[in-house]
Design a protein around this ligand. Structure first.
Ligand SMILES: [Mg+2]
Length: 260
């Protein structure tokens, strides 16, 4: 019996050590890490994670939606829906991502090729929220850069046709503020989804902060937001929920500093 216990112990520590070594190899060796990133990207793009596509509502829920009206969801673009990097003509930058891009185009104004990486589950996310909300994309990027990307993300569905660009931002002490009232003047019925806490601060009470998407990262932020956005469309005033969710202190601190 003691011999059997020892064998089990050796077996257990053997498996644990092998697991530890394999994990370290995956983290430390870049090709292995990139290979795993590719696998994850394929998995995220094609795994059928299903959020009910047919909006089957009870008569009470339908009546509720009629009462509160359809809301406007303002979507930031960079690091919220996708991430990109630019390759200037004749230059090969360091830290170039090696996982496959989803889309690329040439931007003559910058003399650079732009490589676009969609956030995982983006298509599924847009399919769902476009049925619940009127969508508007509000980006601080210039139109020449953002427009081809949004055409690609739209995939001919006609759901990302309302767009606001850098020239629609308002300068606040050097910061480009994206006020959601430009998309919809009724603050009870408009909300912003943005990775920038500063932009969320400009729209405190009407914003949802999402973590920045980094190329190749394991990311389920969009898919995890669906139940919350599904519920929020039934509220009479989005601020009744969003005002209590988050406080953004960064902008207050910045404005205090520049106005002193
Ligand atoms: Mg952004």
């Amino acid at each position: 019996m003691p011999l059997k216990s020892e064998s089990l112990l050796v077996y257990f520590f053997g498996v644990a050590t092998m697991g530890l070594v394999m994990s370290m190899i995956c983290v430390v060796v870049p090709p292995v890490r990139l290979y795993l990133a590719k696998i994850y990207k394929i998995y995220a793009d094609y795994t059928p994670i299903i959020y009910p596509s047919d909006d089957q509502l009870t008569p009470v829920s339908k009546r509720r939606l009629n009462l509160v009206g359809k809301k406007t969801l303002v979507l930031d673009m960079d690091e919220t829906l996708m991430t990109s990097w630019m390759k200037k003509h004749g230059k090969d930058p360091k830290n170039r991502p090696t996982i496959p891009h989803d889309f690329k185009f040439y931007l003559p104004e910058y003399g650079a090729t732009v490589f676009v990486y969609k956030r995982p589950y983006l298509d599924h996310f847009l399919d769902r929220v476009s049925k619940w909300y009127d969508l508007t994309v509000f980006t601080a990027g210039v139109e020449a850069y953002a427009s081809p990307i949004l055409d690609f993300l739209d995939r001919g569905r006609g759901i990302l046709t309302k767009r606001l660009y850098r020239h629609d931002c308002i300068d606040v002490f050097g910061l480009r503020a994206k006020y959601v009232t430009l998309a919809s003047p009724d603050l009870s019925n408009v909300l912003l989804l943005d990775n920038s806490s500063t932009e969320c601060s400009f729209n405190a009470g009407n914003s949802i902060h999402i973590k920045s998407y980094q190329i190749g990262s394991r990311d389920e932020a969009l898919i995890n937001l669906l139940p919350f956005l599904d519920a929020l469309r039934f509220t009479k005033d989005v601020r009744s929920v969003l005002q209590r969710c988050t406080r953004f202190e960064g902008l207050t601190t910045f404005l205090e500093r520049v106005t002193q």
